[in-house]
Design a protein around this ligand. Structure first.
Ligand code: FAD
Ligand code: DHB
Length: 400
């Protein structure tokens, strides 16, 4: 068998999603050489429709890294959200409560901005690589073996980063007896659509309805994003466009308000899970984003937590390479995991408060408790401020 071609970089990053590309971009700005290895082609990585909300500090961080120009121009700054239940819609005004806001700006747009920055710097990811395998992680000379265009390579580096999402290879390369996995599956999924129609709302609507959760979000003044709680094993083929609009209409209806319909150009069903694998470091490999943890999407936290991981790891790597100080890297996993559990807490809280737990013995009782919880929430400034604080985001590490 032929020997692999040896390549060399300081940080080898597996995965060219938002986590991998952002870390690569930040490291380059800090003068640290790195290479991103991505399984799929570039178009595929941009075409995935996912998150829509960026926290206040996430936008500040992207802006400080030169990625904020289009967010400022095309992003939609939102002051709060609507919570809806029992046919009533209530505004939770983050700006008024705690003087913070959020931005609606799709993950696809973040990806386009990152790819444009990489292209401008002449540092695109290596796309369509396969068989990535981290090795020698407990030594000072780890590497990643991979195949590109049928040729074998070994990328030698000082550190390996697993930014390859939930189904990647980095996390499974940690021996099972060296990590703990905490997991919860939900008995429902989200059907999400994108439609060519102006949003029927100024703020995002989170609605608890007897028939299940529904949400109205948006991508621009011309494109709406909406979600429906569905059965976990439901098939998108069961959902004609008319059926989707009819169901959204029922679950989002309030007196005097109309949901505008438009052409649906994307629809898919996403399972919901909570997942944390810790520690997030193993020898010279560190995990960021969905490679280490997944939250149910109700709190809009997945991408924001990934950005926080990346900022923290960037800082640890910068300290290591600039001054030989490895304290940040050594603390990376514990510091990040602590934030991850706060994020899990908020995502679980939003999910439990707003979904119907159909099919469980306590479903009816739980529904009444949820209504009680929502009524208490909207009648208490303190409770709404607590929600606002978590929704607009936990503190994000400032870049070194
Ligand atoms: P990913 O985006 O998963 O990127 C990982 C990258 O690694 C991918 O490009 C993948 O192709 C690549 N890769 C995988 N395996 C390998 C390999 N073996 N070798 C090389 N490369 C590899 N969050 C929200 O806040 N709101 C939402 O509405 C929302 N919706 C979501 C819908 C779906 C279907 C999913 C899966 C997630 C959703 N999320 C949402 C979460 C959010 O999108 C993620 O938290 C975010 O994408 C994490 O980014 P990441 O770069 O860590 O992982
Ligand atoms: C969007 C997704 C979320 O999970 C959420 O909580 C808010 C908005 C979105 O895709 O726009």
């Amino acid at each position: 068998m032929s020997e692999p071609t040896i390549l060399r970089t300081q940080v080898g990053i597996i995965g060219g999603g938002p986590s991998g590309l952002l870390l690569s971009h930040l490291l380059r700005l800090s003068g640290i050489d790195n290479t991103v290895l991505e399984l799929r082609d570039r178009e595929y990585t941009v075409a995935r429709v996912r998150a829509g909300v960026l926290e206040h500090d996430a936008v500040d961080l992207l802006t400080s890294a030169g990625l904020g120009e289009r967010i400022a121009r095309e992003g939609l700054k939102h002051q709060g959200i609507y919570l809806q239940f029992a046919g009533e819609r209530h505004h939770v005004d983050f700006s008024e409560l705690i003087d913070r806001d959020i931005w609606v700006y799709g993950q696809q747009e973040v990806m386009k901005d990152l790819i444009a920055a990489h292209d401008a710097a002449g540092t695109p990811a290596r796309y369509e690589i396969s068989d990535a395998q981290p090795q020698d992680l407990l030594t000072d000379a780890p590497s990643i073996r991979y195949t590109e265009n049928g040729e074998k390579f070994e990328l030698r580096c000082d550190f390996v980063v697993g930014a390859d999402g939930f189904h990647g290879v980095a996390r499974p390369s940690i021996p099972a007896d060296q990590s703990a996995v905490h997991e919860r599956e939900y008995h429902f999924a989200w059907l999400g659509i994108l439609a060519h129609v102006a949003p029927s709302t100024d703020e995002l609507i989170y609605s608890l309805h007897e028939r299940g959760f529904a949400m109205h979000s948006m991508r621009s003044n011309k494109v709406s994003r909406l979600y429906l709680q569905v059965e976990p094993d439901d098939d998108i083929e069961n959902w004609s466009d008319d059926r989707i609009w009819d169901e959204l209409d029922i679950r989002l209806r309030v007196p005097g308000w109309q949901l505008e319909r438009g052409e649906i150009f994307e629809k898919s069903i996403t399972p919901m899970r909570s997942f944390v694998s810790e520690p997030m470091s193993y020898g010279r490999m560190h995990l960021v984003g969905d490679a280490a943890h997944i939250v149910p999407p109700t709190g809009a936290k997945g991408l924001n937590q990934a950005i926080a991981d990346v900022a923290l790891l960037h800082n640890g790597l910068v300290d290591h390479f600039r001054s030989g100080n490895s304290a940040g890297l050594e603390a990376y996993s514990a510091t990040s995991v602590e934030r991850v559990w706060k994020t899990q807490y908020f995502s679980t809280y939003m999910t439990r408060m707003l979904h119907r737990f159909h099919g469980t013995d306590d479903a009816e009782f739980d529904y009444q408790v949820q209504l009680g919880q929502l009524r208490q929430l909207i009648s208490s400034r303190h409770a709404m401020a607590a929600l606002a604080e978590l929704y607009t985001g936990l503190p994000m590490p400032k870049l070194h």
